[in-house]
Design a protein around this ligand. Structure first.
Ligand code: TYM
Length: 368
């Protein structure tokens, strides 16, 4: 099945090379990675493993950084349900960028978006906004350098800028980009303006002109393809972007993990028994039908979800390689591979859930 990738729908087997063409984004090269490593002294495994695979204007952003014009980071969350491990990939990487480059983070919670696009009440979206903020805080963002923007709460500073953006985007541009029709509600047509504002809001508030770097998964790129032209017309820099692939759902490599189907995702609030049950029951295996056959032929890590997910959680390259090779040769069985993943995720979630509880006390620090 041909892929579909929009901010609201991701389907099929994603052909990332084709996406690069379709979206007009640029693949990260080993020279790009070397340059990042030269500046930061280390590389995050999500870069070396190709999980972050493409960019827009990264070279310019790093040129400015080296000239002393440091970028700020901007990313976000659409609060429509619980957080799953797929979201965490982008945000853990953002936190690494914050530490590695000493950058400020502007984190947008698009409660307006989720109210307008989903069958959820305003109150339900507010509840998810609060819950989702706890997950973001639990990842360890520096409260002194991290600012949350909740679209409805911060409308007073965002709306004057959003209308400036909106005035430069026509309905036909939005229709062409997202396939909207006359039956889409008028709020959804306006929405891209709100997601554009944080690209330059910090500069407006501080009378500065710093570059903005946006880490995201590639489904969010279509908004910024529109924004990049518009913000330039408004006298701001185009944002630079780093694009991640999708963490696949439990059931196989098609589409993306999503919280609308909790059996196909692991949520940050799942307890150890639930994690174990979900992975053992649903994780698509690249192993053979019988143990004998597996020992003889070996498994296929490229389609095995337990292995694919381990790439997000086992940061030790040597350990990961041994697991890969042992699985491929048939030494490691599918059940054993799943057990390694379950251990790794439960270890991560135990810590995350502890920090998530503590986050309740410091939410205000991020909202000023
Ligand atoms: P949302 O809440 O759908 O997703 C939040 C971030 O997680 C990424 N993501 C994934 N990454 C890897 N694998 C997955 N399975 C997966 N599912 C989701 C998304 O690409 C996103 O980066 N409209 C946005 C919120 C937003 C935003 C932004 C995102 C506002 N401003 C700037 C990125 C950058 C949304 O609903 O994201």
């Amino acid at each position: 099945m041909a892929h579909i990738v929009t901010p609201w729908e991701v389907k099929g087997t994603i052909d990332y090379d084709r996406l690069v063409q379709e979206f007009g984004i640029i693949k990260l090269t080993s020279a790009d990675l070397k340059r990042i490593e030269r500046i930061t002294g280390e590389l995050h495994p999500y870069l070396t493993r190709g999980i972050f695979f493409a960019h827009r204007d990264l070279k310019w952003c790093l040129d400015e950084y080296e000239k002393g014009n440091k970028f700020f980071l901007y990313t976000g969350c659409g609060p429509s349900g619980p957080i799953h491990l797929g979201h965490l990939g982008v945000w853990r990487f953002t936190k690494w960028l914050q530490d590695a480059f000493g950058a400020e983070v502007w984190f947008q919670f698009t409660d307006d978006e989720k109210f307008l696009f989903k069958d959820l009440s305003y109150e339900e979206v507010q509840k998810w906004t609060h819950e989702n903020m706890l997950d973001v805080i639990a990842l360890g963002f520096d409260p002194k350098k991290t600012h949350f923007l909740i679209d409805t709460m911060h409308a007073g500073i965002m709306y004057p800028e959003a209308i400036k953006v909106a005035k430069k985007i026509t309905f036909s541009t939005i229709k062409a980009a997202f396939g909207f029709t006359d039956s889409n509600n008028i709020g959804s047509i306006f929405y891209t303006s709100m997601q554009t504002v944080p690209v330059f809001l910090p500069n407006v508030l501080r009378h500065e002109k710093k570059p903005c770097l946006i880490p995201l998964a590639v489904d969010q790129d279509p908004h910024f393809r529109i924004s990049r032209d518009v913000v330039e017309k408004l006298g701001h820099h185009k944002p630079a972007i780093l694009h991640s692939v999708f963490m696949p759902p439990l059931v196989g490599m098609e589409g993306k993990m999503s919280s609308s189907d909790p059996d196909k995702a692991v949520l940050t609030t799942d307890d150890p028994a639930t994690v174990k049950k979900k992975i053992n029951k649903y994780a698509f295996s690249g192993g053979q039908a019988t143990i004998e056959e597996h020992r003889r032929k070996g498994g296929n890590p490229d389609v095995d979800i337990a292995y694919q997910w381990l790439r997000y959680f086992e940061f030790d390259d040597q350990k990961l390689k041994k697991i890969h090779d042992d699985y491929k040769s048939g030494t490691l069985l599918s059940g054993e591979l799943k057990a390694i993943l379950i251990g790794k995720i439960n270890e991560f979630l135990a810590e995350h859930q502890k920090k998530r509880k503590q986050a309740e006390k410091i939410v205000d620090k991020f909202l000023n």
